[in-house]
Structure formats: C-alpha cells, structure tokens
Design a protein around this ligand. Structure first.
Ligand code: PDD
Length: 287
C-alpha cells in the first residue's frame, strides 16, 4: 500500500511517524474521511473545503494549495488502485519538542493520507439500527474535525457495550449528533436536524441530505430536537461518509415510530444512492 506523506508516495513499511509529532502528543491536528465509489472520490470539493476550514480554525496553514493536494490524493487512488473504499487524511502542526505553545515557523505541518477499507453497511441500511442515548461531554468546537476524538471514542464504545450501533448524544435537553454521525428525526413528514453550529460537525453527507430535501420537495428544518420529543418521532436516521443513510429503529429499547425504517428515510436512501451514481456520471470513473 502507498501512503502519501508530505507530498511523497511511500510504501507502508517505509513510513515512520515521529513520537514528537504534535498530532501524537496533543491530538493537535485535523482530518477527513473521503469516500471512494467506483474509483473516484465522492464530494471531494466539500471535503477539501471542510479540511481547509478545520485547519484554519486551529491556525494550521496548509503548506500547499487545495488543487495540489487534490492532485496528490487522486494519484494516491490510482497508485493503490482503489475502487470502493475511502481515504483517510490528516494534518498535524508538526514535529517538535513537547511544549503546549505553537512551535515557530520552521516547524512544518505534517500531512498523511492513505486508503482505508470501507464498504456499505448493507444490513444496517436495510434493517435499521439501535442507538444509545448519552450526555455529550465533548468540547464546544465540534464543528472542527479535530484529531481529538476521546469524547467520540468513549461514546461509541459505551454504545457498543449497550448493544447499540451508535451513540445518540445530547447536551442537557437537546440532541446534538452521534459519535461519528449526524442525527435526524422525522415528524409528520418534516425532517429535523441540529443546526450546523459549534455543537456538531457539519457532515458532508448532512449537506447532501439538506440539498436532496430541497431539490425533492421534502421539508427539512435545522432545529434542535428535544430528548423528550424522541418518543414522538415517526422516523429517524443517521448519516455519515461511511454509513451513508441508516434508519434508526430504536433508542435504548424504545421504538422509533413503528420500530421499522420509515418511508421518508427510505426515500432519502434512494435519493442518496442516485446522487452517488449521478456524481459518477458527471465526473467519470476515476480508474
Ligand atoms: N465521522 N459527526 C461526527 C462527530 C463525525 O465524526 C462524522 C464523521 C459526522 C458525519 O460527517 P460526514 O458526513 O462528513 O462523514 C458527523 C467520520 C466518518 C469518521 O470519523 O470516521
């Protein structure tokens, strides 16, 4: 497998990461996970924009242009002959002696990208999943796709131990999102999801769902859902790059609606699938 390390392609066994990388010591960096369908990146522009925004928010300047980075990422796909999967990419503030203060300009950010396996969670998409509700104890800049994922990791693990596929996080009375996904509730045909502010990550799949609703006459309102209103939902679903659209049928043993994937969720799953196929048609196959 080829790894992209600061503009160079290396074999996995040739790459070593310094123990004084600030990503390793402080989680001082940001990342993206970009889906690859049929040899081509899906929503590359949006991922690149979010990557640059996240980096800017933590004051890391990209050492190359977005275009240059996109070219390198496409080459990474070709070199690894990725057909269906994903690419993980991260940037850290660089390698230096352990001090909290930012290092001087001589310390260069480190960019690493490599392919990771990813396939459609077919069974979950078909049957729906269970969520486990818990308090959102993360920091107040969840809009930044930070390498610091302790809050997310702990939530996902707890959900798994409770027999759920994903965590459903709430800050006191309001639902925010999942540990690695966005959450949506549907009531009387209207889709509700948390506004894209500092309390959630504005998912690329979320942006696509908003767009799909607009284009297809489905009403979507960016408004917080109250924990107490979960019992009144007709349907619910989550989205992410790796999950796409997955119906939610239960939250901690309480059924959502009838306890089966609902019609609006099914419609959005179908529209999202069409969007993937159409994007392929527009941009052509990667390899
Ligand atoms: N997670 N919210 C959180 C906290 C996330 O970590 C993610 C993605 C999302 C969905 O964003 P998107 O649609 O852009 O994938 C929402 C990625 C996939 C991960 O950490 O693996």
């Amino acid at each position: 497998m080829y790894i992209l390390l600061n503009g160079e392609f290396k074999q996995k066994n040739e790459v070593s990461i310094d123990f004084e990388d600030r990503g390793y010591q402080f989680g001082d960096g940001v990342y993206e996970v970009i889906r690859v369908y049929n040899g081509a990146f899906f929503a590359m522009k949006e991922h690149m924009e979010r990557f640059v925004r996240s980096a800017n928010e933590i004051k890391i300047a990209l050492p190359l242009s977005e275009e240059e980075l996109s070219v390198q990422l496409n080459e990474l796909l070709l070199k690894n002959q990725v057909q269906d999967g994903a690419v993980y990419m991260q940037i850290t503030r660089g390698v230096t002696g352990r001090k909290h203060l930012f290092p001087g300009k001589d310390v260069k950010p480190q960019i690493v990208a490599y392919p990771i396996p990813c396939s459609k969670p077919v069974s979950e998409q078909e049957k729906g999943i269970k969520l486990h509700l818990m308090e959102d104890v993360r920091w107040l800049r969840c809009d930044i796709k930070s390498l610091n994922l302790l809050g997310n990791v702990l939530a996902k693990q707890e959900a798994f131990e409770k027999g759920a596929y994903e965590a459903l996080l709430h800050r006191s009375e309001h639902i925010t999102e999942g540990s690695s996904s966005n959450f949506y509730g549907i009531r009387d045909g209207v889709v509700y999801t948390h506004p894209a502010n500092n309390l959630i990550l504005n998912g690329i799949t979320r942006m696509k769902v908003v767009e799909l609703c607009e284009k297809n006459g489905l009403k979507l309102i960016e408004e917080m859902i109250k924990v107490e209103d979960l019992v009144n939902l007709d349907e619910a679903f989550i989205t992410s790059t790796t999950s796409e659209v997955i119906p939610v049928i239960e939250v901690d043993s309480t059924k959502v609606g009838k306890g089966v994937p609902g019609p609006v969720t099914r419609e959005l799953q179908r529209l999202f699938e069409d969007m993937i196929i159409n994007e392929e048609k527009v941009f052509g196959k990667g390899i």
